[in-house]
Design a protein around this ligand. Structure first.
Ligand SMILES: Cc1ncc(COP(=O)(O)O)c(C=O)c1O
Length: 353
């Protein structure tokens, strides 16, 4: 159990007994409590845990007009003995602050971030779903709250964390299309920040890809739109002739925590992992030579999302069956195992509550 650092107002009656654990829709059910802290006059309020509920918002609240809004996505799970656990929470605290710096927002102290998440999850531990592969999804986020019209950084912010139980994420292998008309991010833009506006900008390309029968787009960059960046809201990995490659973070790519953990696990197991610029033509060449063994997305929600098919111009590349793949399935099993305590936490990523 974590010490109670933050003042806590508990709900009179928990709603957890009403949850249908066998039918958990993603992102629609919210647990009993949330954490809130406000930034004003150059400092953060103490922060408190209160019953989950609505905010009121001023019509001129700056976030509604100029979009200073950033967020994180993390998960809490239960170890086999029932202890709640977090994976790499400090990395999420650091990334939130990296996003804050890019958008000229106030940074939230990283130790307080981890304490707040820990205390909130500890309090709502009964909301961590029992089934393997399911989790309590955590959503830390920050937005500007100055009541002001005019483009400048806000001087006040709200930082909030709420949590949502989510069912096991059985991601079926996805069909992707290489997107060369729309761009997600360019070096020097906001792609490296987890900024709300990035996701708004991705909706039109994702919609158009869906209309054509694809699940998601592969984001491209570079002067000719031939450099592979990410897939949907995940980082991307390829296995070519036994070597694992992933695009180097060049300022346009979100620095995924799953990506970072995967690279560490793979190198530890003796895989050759290379972070570098990857051109779409190389992938086509590898495919034609029969050397494109795997392609998958990496992110907190699904952990691994296998790619079944990749469409580039008029060429359709069909990847090997998931049953024949080694790297992606191993990584998924490893992370799920860390989250249940079945895999030894040799890198010290797990925080037990
Ligand atoms: C655009 C984008 N890329 C990559 C990721 C994967 O990051 P992580 O592994 O930290 O979840 C996410 C999800 O947070 C994302 O939104």
């Amino acid at each position: 159990m974590v010490d109670s650092t933050f003042r806590t107002e508990k709900v009179q009656q928990s709603r957890v007994k009403d949850v249908d654990w066998d039918n958990l829709p993603f992102g629609k059910i919210f647990s009993d409590h949330m954490f809130v802290s406000d930034y004003k006059d150059g400092k953060w309020s103490d922060g408190e845990i209160i019953p989950f509920g609505h905010f009121t918002i001023h019509p001129a609240s700056m976030v509604l007009h100029y979009g200073q809004a950033i967020f994180e996505g993390m998960k809490a799970s239960k170890l086999e003995d029932g202890t709640p656990a977090l994976l790499s929470p400090i990395e999420h605290a650091k990334r939130l602050n990296a996003s804050a710096r890019r958008l000229m927002m106030a940074e939230f102290p990283e130790d307080r971030f981890v304490e707040a998440v820990s205390q909130l999850v500890s309090l709502d531990r009964d909301w961590i779903p029992p089934a393997e592969g399911s989790a309590l999804y955590l959503r830390p986020y920050m937005f500007s709250t100055d009541e002001f019209i005019g483009v400048r950084p806000s001087e006040s912010y709200r930082f909030c964390i709420f949590t949502a139980p989510v069912g096991p994420y059985y991601a079926k292998p996805v069909r992707l299309v290489v997107e060369q008309n729309y761009v997600r991010a360019v070096p020097g833009g906001t792609g490296e920040a987890k900024a709300a506006g990035n996701y708004a900008a991705s909706l039109r390309p994702a919609f158009e890809a869906n209309q054509k029968g694809f699940d998601q787009v592969v984001w491209m960059g570079g002067p000719d739109m031939t450099e592979i960046q990410e897939v949907g809201t995940m980082n991307i990995f390829f296995v070519i002739d036994g070597e694992v490659i992933t695009p180097a973070t060049d300022g346009a790519i979100l620095k995924g925590i799953t990506r970072k953990n995967f690279i560490t696990i793979l190198r530890d197991q003796g895989y050759k992992v290379t972070e570098r610029k990857i051109l779409i033509d190389e992938i086509v060449e590898a495919y034609d030579a029969g050397k494109l063994e795997e392609m998958f997305g990496a992110g907190t929600a699904a952990v691994v999302s296998h790619v079944a098919e990749l469409q580039y111009k008029d060429k359709l590349m069909v990847l090997p069956d998931v049953a024949e793949r080694k790297v992606g399935p191993m990584l998924k099993k490893y992370i799920d195992g860390l989250r249940t305590g079945r895999v030894e936490d040799k890198f010290g990523w797990i925080v037990k509550l």
